[in-house]
Design a protein around this ligand. Structure first.
Ligand code: NAD
Length: 494
C-alpha cells in the first residue's frame, strides 16, 4: 500500500506515526494508499520553514524568479500525461479530462511567466517641488492554498504559480481524497530550481486547515471547495487578520432560447452535466427551456446520455468515470431518491447504466430529472454528481428571475442567436462567469476566476490580474530625491 505524506523543506516529511486517511481507486472501490493527516505541530513546521524561505525568495530578482517559472512550465508541459494518470487514478475522471485539467493549469503558469510585466509599478515625477510619488507591489510573505478533490492539479495551479511569481512562499493543503498530484507538483517545483521551503505541502483534514487559518505566519488564504466550508474559512481566517478569497459551490443554469438548435444544446448539456461525472464546479446542473421545446430537448439528451460509455478513467474507451468515494456516491444517490420523493420525473436513471468497472466501484451513470420545481432539493442544493434537472419557463425574464433566486452565482449560460436576448443575458444575469453558446466556461488565465453570491466570499478573483493584487500589497512612497531642508509645516503641494 502506498503511503502519501507531506512535502516540507524540499523533501517528503519523515514525522513518524500519524493519523491517516484512505485513498481509493474509485473504479474498483479498493484502497490504494494511505495519506498522513498533519497535526498542528507539523503544520507549524511547514509554515516556519516557509517563513524563512519566503523572506529569501522575496529578495530573489524578477529575472531569476521568471527563470524558475519558465522551468516549471516546461516540466509541467512535458509531464502532463504523467500528471493526468496520477489525477485519474485517485479521482476517477477519464484520462483526457485529466489532461485537460493539466492544460488549464498550465495556462496560469504561462500567465505567471509574465510576472515582470505584471508587477511594473507607477511613478509620478514632481508631484510637489522636487518631490516624486511612486508605488510598487511587494509579496505578503507566506500564503496558504486549501483545495478541493475535483481538480487536484488545476486548482493548486490557479494559485501557486502567481503567489510564487509574486515572491511569496506557498503552503498547499490539498484534498485528502486525491492527494498525490500535490506531491508531483512539489517535485516539479524542486526540479525547476525553486528553493526549498517556498512550496510546501501539508496533507490532512480539518486539523491541518484550522492550523493554517490560525497560524500567525500565514498572511493570506486562498480556498476553493464547498460553500459551507468556504464561508467558515472566510470567517475564521479573516477574524485572524488574514486576507482571504474563498470560492464555494455552484448550481449552474443553462438557458435555452426557442431559436437554439436542440442538437447543439443537447451536446453541450451532455458534456457539461455528465463530463467528469458532474464533479465540476462549472458543470451545468439545471437546463431552463424558454417556451415549448423541452420535450424535444429532453429526448435528445436522454438518447445521448444513455449511450455514454461508463468505465475506469484509464480505459481509452471510457467517456465518463466513477464518483470519487463511496460516501459521495451515497450522498448523490440520496438526491436521486429525494427527486423521486418530491415528484420530479426520472427520465434517465443512472443507477441502471452499465459500466466496465470491476469490483465495487463508485458508479452512477447519467441521470436526468424532468419537471423539476424550484422547491425541490435536487434543484436547490448542489448535488455534485451526474444529475441534470430540466425545467421550463415562459420567457427570458422568468429564466433570469429563477437564476437570481438561487443563492449561488458561479456560472450561467445562454444558447441563442438572438442578439437582443444575448445582450440582455450578459448584462442582467446574476453570475460571475457567463457562457454564450458555450456551456459554463472556465475563464482564461488572464481574466480571473470567481463566482458571485455564495459561490465566492472575498473580493479578489483567483488568478488573472486579481491574483497578482491578492498575493501582493501596495507600498506608496513619497520621496524628495534631492534632500534639502524644508519647513516644519504640513506640505502645501507647491
Ligand atoms: P470540501 O469543501 O469538502 O473540501 C475542500 C477543502 O476543505 C479540502 O481541502 C478539505 O480537506 C477541506 N475541508 C473539508 N471539510 C472541512 C472542515 N470541516 N473544516 C476545514 N476544512 C475542511 O470540497 P470538496 O468536496 O473537496 O470539493 C467539491 C466542492 O468544491 C464543490 O462544492 C464544488 O462546487 C467546489 N468547487 C468550487 C470551485 C469554484 O471555483 N468555485 C472549484 C472547484 C470546486
Amino acid at each position: 500500500m502506498r503511503h502519501i505524506t507531506h512535502w516540507i523543506n524540499g523533501k517528503a516529511w519523515d514525522g513518524g506515526p500519524a493519523r491517516t486517511g484512505q485513498v481509493y481507486d474509485p473504479a474498483t472501490g479498493q484502497q490504494v494508499a494511505s495519506v498522513d493527516f498533519a497535526s498542528a505541530a507539523e503544520v507549524d513546521q511547514a509554515v516556519s520553514g516557509a517563513v524563512i524561505a519566503g523572506r529569501a525568495w522575496a529578495k530573489v530578482s524578477l529575472t531569476r524568479r521568471t527563470d524558475v517559472l519558465f522551468g516549471f512550465r516546461q516540466l509541467l508541459a512535458e509531464g502532463r500525461e504523467e500528471l493526468a494518470r496520477i489525477v485519474s487514478a485517485e479521482h476517477g475522471k477519464i484520462r483526457s479530462d485529466a489532461a485537460g485539467e493539466a492544460a488549464r493549469g498550465l495556462e496560469v503558469v504561462d500567465f505567471a511567466c509574465g510576472i515582470s510585466e505584471l508587477l511594473k509599478a507607477e511613478h509620478s515625477v514632481g508631484v510637489s517641488t522636487d518631490v516624486d510619488a511612486y508605488a510598487f507591489r511587494q509579496p505578503l510573505g507566506v500564503v496558504a492554498g486549501i483545495t478541493p478533490f475535483n481538480f487536484p492539479a488545476m486548482v493548486p495551479l490557479w494559485m501557486a504559480p502567481i503567489a510564487i511569481a509574486c515572491g511569496n512562499a506557498f503552503v498547499l493543503k490539498p484534498s485528502e481524497r486525491d492527494p498525490s498530484a500535490s506531491l508531483w507538483l512539489a517535485e516539479r517545483w524542486a526540479d525547476a530550481g525553486l528553493p526549498e521551503g517556498v512550496f510546501q505541502v501539508v496533507q490532512g483534514d480539518k486539523v491541518a486547515v484550522d492550523a493554517l487559518l490560525d497560524h500567525p505566519g500565514i498572511a493570506a488564504v486562498s480556498f476553493v471547495g464547498s460553500t459551507s466550508i468556504a464561508r467558515y474559512v472566510y470567517g475564521r481566517a479573516a477574524a485572524a487578520g488574514k486576507r482571504v478569497q474563498a470560492l464555494g459551490g455552484a448550481k449552474n443554469h443553462l438557458v435555452v432560447m426557442p431559436d437554439a438548435d436542440p442538437d447543439v444544446v443537447a451536446d453541450a448539456l451532455v458534456n457539461s452535466a455528465y463530463g467528469s461525472a458532474g464533479e465540476r464546479c462549472m458543470a451545468v446542473s439545471v437546463a431552463v427551456v424558454v417556451g415549448q421545446g423541452k420535450a424535444e430537448l429532453v429526448d435528445r439528451v436522454v438518447a445521448r446520455g444513455a449511450r455514454l460509455a461508463l468505465g475506469p478513467g484509464e480505459d481509452p474507451e471510457s467517456e465518463m468515470g466513477p464518483l470519487v468515494t463511496r460516501a459521495h456516491l451515497e450522498r448523490v444517490l440520496g438526491y436521486v431518491d429525494a427527486g423521486l420523493d418530491q415528484g420530479a420525473r426520472l427520465v434517465l436513471d443512472g443507477r441502471q447504466h452499465p459500466h466496465r468497472g470491476e469490483g465495487e466501484g463508485f458508479w452512477l451513470g447519467p441521470t436526468l430529472f424532468d419537471d423539476v420545481r424550484p422547491d425541490m432539493a435536487i434543484y436547490a442544493d448542489e448535488i455534485f454528481g451526474p444529475v441534470l434537472c430540466v425545467m421550463s419557463v415562459n420567457s427570458l425574464e422568468e429564466a433570469l428571475q429563477l437564476i437570481d433566486g438561487s443563492p449561488y452565482g458561479n456560472g450561467a449560460s445562454l444558447f441563442s442567436n438572438d442578439l437582443e436576448a444575448i445582450r440582455r443575458f450578459e448584462i442582467e444575469v446574476e453570475a460571475g462567469m457567463v457562457g454564450i453558446n458555450v456551456p459554463i466556461p472556465v475563464p482564461m488565465a488572464y481574466y480571473g476566476f470567481g463566482g458571485w453570491g455564495e459561490s465566492m466570499f472575498g473580493d479578489h478573483d483567483i488568478y488573472g490580474s486579481d491574483g497578482v493584487r491578492f498575493y501582493t500589497r501596495l507600498k506608496k512612497i513619497t520621496a524628495r530625491p534631492l534632500a534639502h531642508r524644508g519647513s516644519l509645516n504640513f506640505p502645501t503641494n507647491q
